[in-house]
Design a protein around this ligand. Structure first.
Ligand SMILES: Cc1cc2nc3c(=O)[nH]c(=O)nc-3n(C[C@H](O)[C@H](O)[C@H](O)COP(=O)(O)OP(=O)(O)OC[C@H]3O[C@@H](n4cnc5c(N)ncnc54)[C@H](O)[C@@H]3O)c2cc1C
Length: 330
């Protein structure tokens, strides 16, 4: 049995920690933020269901197996929202596999949704774990006996010793903890982009589904999706990344006004939000770039091992570069 410190309570860190716990290892999870889930952030506000980050799971066996083991299989169902493209003639329904423009395919394979929101998954993973919220790691260093993780708690700085530290976060953040880490190939291929979402709770009733807006449209929006609820609709609007970059430092109200103004130029027309929320993502890749999350769960060992994660580079542990898998996984 090894003592493992997992840094980051996003879906990658939690699935990894959960998997290690199942195998009998002693695990603790440090999370700098005040809440679990990282880029998985379901939130219901005044009856409006908002998915403030990821919305779907890849339907790969590794995910289905994880959902079964967590007792969540019955909450999952295929996610096939009606999909529309906004063109000069208005909204046109499209099928999975259709492309908006050459090279812009719509869907990335079968997807699953989770009733009650995807945070059910991160909460279920966290349930048996020791997760220390508000504890941010500052550095990770290794020696012949293992690793030292220096971290900040609300009551001051501390250091914990472990056999392995797992850095479960985007590479750009992991490198700040252990500068000698070699970049995983994906981090090189996909530089971090800024990404922004505006969520509106509206009483107007819109067509449920996803709308994609081709980049040539001249609008600042990449698309929106509509989830109906008893109160009306939860409208999730994605800004183009260059627009998110431009608005980055502006107050949330400016983001909301901008989005409402842009929507007026679409078939949504005028909306008068009851609720508005803004999410800024520093190290995001647009979700249309592929099932990152599924890859991360697979890589971090929901069904596999730390070895898989090490080979993917998402688990960036033991600064000296020793092979961790022999020490962690039986
Ligand atoms: C808007 C949006 C929509 C998306 N939609 C989908 C989707 O529908 N399906 C899909 O498969 N993927 C989607 N993705 C991608 C998916 O959300 C991510 O791949 C996945 O959530 C990443 O999980 P993670 O645990 O690797 O990282 P994160 O979720 O970023 O978690 C990292 C955690 O580490 C913590 N942390 C960072 N530094 C420290 C430190 N020093 N000490 C302690 N804690 C630290 C952070 O606070 C964070 O909680 C989407 C992404 C975005 C931004």
């Amino acid at each position: 049995m090894s003592h493992v410190v997992v840094i980051g309570a996003g879906v990658a860190g939690l699935s990894c920690a959960w998997s290690l716990l199942q195998r009998g290892h002693e695990v603790e999870v440090l999370e700098t933020g005040a809440s679990l889930g990282g880029r998985v952030r379901s939130k219901r506000v005044d009856g409006f269901p908002f998915e403030r980050g990821a919305r779907w799971l890849g339907a790969e066996p590794v995910i289905q197996d994880l959902l079964s083991r967590l007792g969540l299989a019955e909450r999952s169902s295929p996610l096939e929202p009606a999909t529309f493209v906004l063109g000069p003639q208005g909204l046109t329904a499209v099928e999975p596999g259709d492309a908006i423009l050459p090279g812009e395919p719509l869907a990335a394979g079968p997807r699953l949704g989770l009733s009650g929101g995807l945070s059910r998954l991160t909460r279920a993973l966290a349930d048996p774990l020791t997760v220390r919220l508000g504890w941010g790691a500052e550095s990770v260093a290794s020696d012949s006996l293992g690793v030292s993780v220096r971290y900040i708690t609300p009551s001051g700085e501390r250091t914990v010793r472990a056999e392995v530290a797992i850095l479960a976060m985007p590479f750009s953040q992991a490198r700040a903890l252990a500068p000698e880490l070699p970049p995983p190939s994906r981090a090189v291929a996909l530089p971090a982009v800024r990404y922004g979402l505006v969520h509106l709770g509206i009483s107007e009733v819109l067509q449920e589904g996803d709308v994609r807006i081709p980049s040539l449209s001249g609008l600042d929006l990449a698309g929106w999706s509509v989830t109906r609820c008893a109160e009306g609709c939860a409208l999730r609007v994605a800004l183009r990344s260059e627009v998110a970059e431009r608005l980055w430092a502006a107050p949330n109200s400016a983001w909301v006004d901008h989005v409402v103004g842009q929507l007026e130029r679409t078939p949504v027309e005028k909306v008068d939000p009851v609720i508005s929320l803004v999410d800024r993502f520093h190290d995001a890749a647009p979700e249309s770039d592929g099932p990152f999350w599924s890859g991360r769960i697979g890589a971090t060992g929901a069904a596999g091992s730390v070895a898989g994660a090490v080979s993917r580079g998402f688990i960036l542990a033991d600064g000296a570069g020793r092979v961790l898998r022999d020490r962690v996984i039986a």
